[in-house]
Ligand binder design. Structure first.
Ligand code: SF4
Ligand code: F3S
Ligand code: FES
Length: 272
């Protein structure tokens, strides 16, 4: 038997298919879009494609989809994938700006496809994979170097004291100190918009620094010195040239550059 053959369709004892009806998802599944219904808009989606199994070089594809103006760009990409070209590869999960998996370059700016409305990009939008990480297929990049930098800053609470019965207490002011950087969803929009990161394999990148900041300035944490040591290395915060692309790109509105500056100051003035 061909090991890559699709599985047999499951059926009930009465012989009725148990597969739910759904949009075609197989490569090559096609459905032409007619004219937009009243209230709908026609959006042309230009996508930078890459599939090393098909072609060595990337190429551009264009698709026209009929959407509601208040749909998200992610919905339009789904419409392409489900109804026009099942081979389109993209990452997404929550569809609500929380999981951070659908960061992409949209009209030249890093953003989450699920937070961009169709009405804001119609009639035509260009979508590319985020930069600075190797593209695996279409809009999917290899996130491993990004997470490698993240792991280096020990992104978890370090406290060697005996745990209290209930909780490690913290005042509202102490909590406020690092509130902004708790909002990170690890989407990589900041790191992959940073020109230093594009050009320097060694730079740990803004997202890792944001996540270090979140613990360095947490009054309950005792690992600040260790993290600052990592961030004072050649690959650390001093690679940053205060370009601000990262702050502009962050879909959570985190003041990324400010956080980087605070970490720089903590290293320079030994201030925790
Ligand atoms: Fe994404 Fe913002 Fe976190 Fe960077 S700081 S990874 S842009 S949420
Ligand atoms: Fe890069 Fe942001 Fe610094 S874009 S250079 S990490 S301010
Ligand atoms: Fe989760 Fe967009 S799909 S953030």
């Amino acid at each position: 038997m061909d090991e890559f053959a699709p599985p047999a369709e499951p059926t009930s004892p009465e012989g009725v298919s148990l597969w739910e009806e759904g949009p075609p998802r197989e490569p090559g599944a096609q459905r032409r879009e007619g004219p937009p219904a009243p209230g709908q808009v026609r959006l042309t989606v230009r996508i930078r494609r890459y599939n090393p199994e098909v072609r060595e070089d990337p190429w551009w594809d264009e698709f026209a989809v009929n959407m509601e103006p208040t749909d998200r760009l992610l919905d339009a990409l789904h419409a392409v994938k489900w109804y026009q070209d099942g081979t389109l590869a993209l990452r997404r999960s929550c569809a609500h700006g929380v999981c951070g998996s659908d960061a992409m370059l949209i009209n030249g700016h890093n953003a989450l496809a699920c937070k961009v409305l169709v009405k804001d990009v119609v009639p035509k939008v260009t979508v590319e994979p985020i930069r600075g990480l190797n593209v695996l297929k279409d809009l999917i990049v290899d996130m491993e170097p990004f997470f490698e930098g993240y792991r280096k800053v020990l992104p978890y609470l370090i406290n060697e004291d005996e745990p209290p019965n209930r909780e490690r207490k913290q005042s509202p002011e102490e909590r406020e100190r690092y509130d902004d950087t708790t909002k990170c969803i690890l989407c990589a929009a900041c790191t992959t918009s940073c020109p230093i990161y594009w050009g320097d394999d060694g730079y740990i990148g803004p997202a890792a620094i944001v996540n270090a900041h979140r613990f360095i300035f947490d009054s309950r944490d005792q690992g600040g010195e260790e993290r600052l040591k990592v961030l004072s290395e050649k690959s650390g915060v001093f690679r940053c040239r205060t370009t601000f692309n990262c702050s502009e790109a962050c879909p959570r509105g985190i003041k990324v550059t400010k956080a980087i500056q605070e970490v720089k100051r903590a290293i320079m003035f030994d201030r925790l």
